[in-house]
Design a protein around this ligand. Structure first.
Ligand code: AMP
Length: 190
């Protein structure tokens, strides 16, 4: 199996690239952000729980996020691998992911970080907000908060996999195809 973590700040193109990677490698794309938005649009108890955190650009608590991710993985056991997008975002989530995969005798194959400068991120997200219907994409102070949380709470996840020799960074600036080619180079190296 190929179990990939697509990593990087909000707006770094993880979702866009994940869609292309799914076609190329036939992996299951799991975006915790998409799962939360789905729960919210169906007004489920989980969606209601997540809503206030997402609206402020804060992280949804680990136990809620990990439970949701586990359900999604366990509901899709017979796949060629997973692309985790927007997960893990904390060390606790990283430990939980490693445990979950080890129960299947699997492990994270690689974490690939898309590096994009802050100013470009804000521009990209505001632009996406014009059509995404995401309220957390419309307000630059919420976007800045998401970037701060990424730096403070989420970048340790990179180090967690880096000490295991599994983390790489690639340039996340360029055309969609250029960035996709950089990702494929990393995956084909596995
Ligand atoms: P995203 O679509 O990945 O930008 O996620 C949108 C929002 O969903 C984030 O700003 C968080 O509030 C929440 N979220 C998504 N994934 C996670 C996660 N792994 N842990 C905690 N909160 C998350």
């Amino acid at each position: 199996m190929i179990n990939l973590i697509l990593f990087g700040p909000p707006g770094s193109g993880k979702g866009t690239q994940a869609q292309k990677l799914v076609e190329q490698y036939e992996l299951l794309h799991i975006s915790t952000g998409d799962l939360f938005r789905n729960e919210m649009s169906n007004d489920t108890p989980l969606g209601k729980q997540a809503k206030s955190f997402i609206a402020k650009g804060e992280l949804v608590p680990d136990e809620v996020t990990i439970g949701m991710l586990r359900n999604k993985v366990e509901a899709n056991p017979n796949v060629r691998g997973y692309i985790f997008d927007g997960f893990p975002r904390t060390i606790a989530q990283s430990v939980a992911l490693d445990t979950l995969l080890s129960e299947k005798n699997e492990e994270v194959s690689k974490l690939i970080m898309l590096e994009v400068p802050d100013d470009e991120i804000v521009d990209r997200i505001l632009k996406r907000g014009e059509t995404s219907g995401r309220t957390d994409d419309l307000d630059s102070s919420i976007i800045r908060n998401r970037i701060e949380i990424y730096k403070n709470e989420t970048t340790p996840v990179y180090d967690f996999y880096s000490v295991k020799g599994k983390a790489v960074r690639i340039n996340g600036v360029g055309s969609i195809q250029e960035i996709f080619d950089r990702l494929c180079d990393e995956i084909d190296n596995l």
